[in-house]
Design a protein around this ligand. Sequence first.
Ligand code: FAD
Length: 433
Amino acid sequence: MTSHAGIRSELRAWVAANWDPGLSLARWRELLADSGWASPAWPRDWCGRGLPPAAAAVVTAVLAGEGVPGPPDGVGVALAAPVIIEYAPDELRRRLIRPTVTGEITWCQLFSEPGAGSDLAGLATRAVPDGDGGWLVTGQKVWSTGAATADFGLLLARTDPAVPKHAGISCFALPMRQPGVEVRPLRQMNGHASFNEVFLDAARVPPGHMIGDPGAGWPVARATLARERRLAASRPAPGPGSRKTPAEQPGRAWQEAIAERTAAAEPHKWYPQRAGRPDLVVARAQAEGKAADPVIRQEIAKLIELAWSARWTADRAAAARAAGQPPGPEGSLGKLASTRIARQAARVHALIGGPHAMLTGPDSPLGGVVAEIILSVPAISIAGGTDEIQRTIIAERILGLPREPDADRDVPFRDRAGGLRQAGRGQEGHAVP
Ligand SMILES: Cc1cc2nc3c(=O)[nH]c(=O)nc-3n(C[C@H](O)[C@H](O)[C@H](O)COP(=O)(O)OP(=O)(O)OC[C@H]3O[C@@H](n4cnc5c(N)ncnc54)[C@H](O)[C@@H]3O)c2cc1C
């Protein structure tokens, strides 16, 4: 049964039969994983139901509407598990997919490095065979969100410096809790410390933890970046939410889900990539008695226009994928739209709050959250590839303009200008053959 109405009624019946407020969050997520409702578009063998990608949004909406927790947020379910399903051997899938979906293991993304953020393929972290079927990794990563609490890192490292930069990269699942991995949190201007520097000194990747073949990490990186951009584009739109609040569905699993989002994930509270918060705008204007202000109404209307046109573009892309078209550069359109939406939302929050929007502390708008929204907005234009890089991808891959020059592209990595310098994220548009 794949019609959306069918999926809705089947899932509602399943929730009614299985949800029990006394369940632990871990047990509830096991039920979600084993029923395939956790990640319905994934294959049945890997915690999914083999449904079309568009069904995933329907399932997320039903779970929210029924007031029950979904699978964990973050790098694990959103980025690592899909590429493990696509590129890793069965043994690694068996070891990592289910515990990722149940939240038993958490992930961070170890892509960016100092000195080469937009040129991800220039990364310099090295992985060499340990003689025992595993790998030893040495180098530095940066901007690694959540690395301080992660169990595994989705790691890109150079395994062959004798070939051009895109060809010598491999992708690994790196166990984070080991002596060769040192994580140092970085404090951001919004007061949080969700980013980290990660120093790797002969950190060990066990045998069988490579994702894809040796030297074939670049397609895995591109698949991850494409997902990250689609994710960035799927921010909540302005308007009243239909989600039941946890208070209407009290119980152990919810208490643990809330604890997970707040206490346990304190460094990610108001994670910058969620900056802007267009979903809060209408309620804030009403609460502050500004909903009738003509300037504010006008700006809210602009925001809604941006959000809905971005959503329809994303829906069209999803429909094309459902019809069998592979994911393409449309993710860059969505990512760029998301930065415009976030900026416009922050502008509306600033208009509603007036000078108070700049204040922090308990007496300020939304307890300082509005000031934080404004401070966090620049991050959206950077995370997952900067606006400039998205424009390059659109220019080259959608508009067919000539490719940007890249002198290092065909040179063996170790012979390129600057040699084995340290590097960070992807002008991955340059990687298109
Ligand atoms: C909120 C947030 C979360 C992040 N989380 C992670 C994470 O979990 N894991 C991870 O690996 N990384 C993460 N990053 C890093 C992010 O991917 C990089 O910051 C980003 O790719 C840009 O790289 P950079 O900071 O090194 O900037 P640079 O590449 O040094 O760019 C500096 C400036 O130059 C511009 N520029 C560079 N090259 C070009 C060009 N060819 N044409 C035009 N302009 C150019 C850029 O657009 C930018 O404005 C995160 C970043 C943010 C902000």
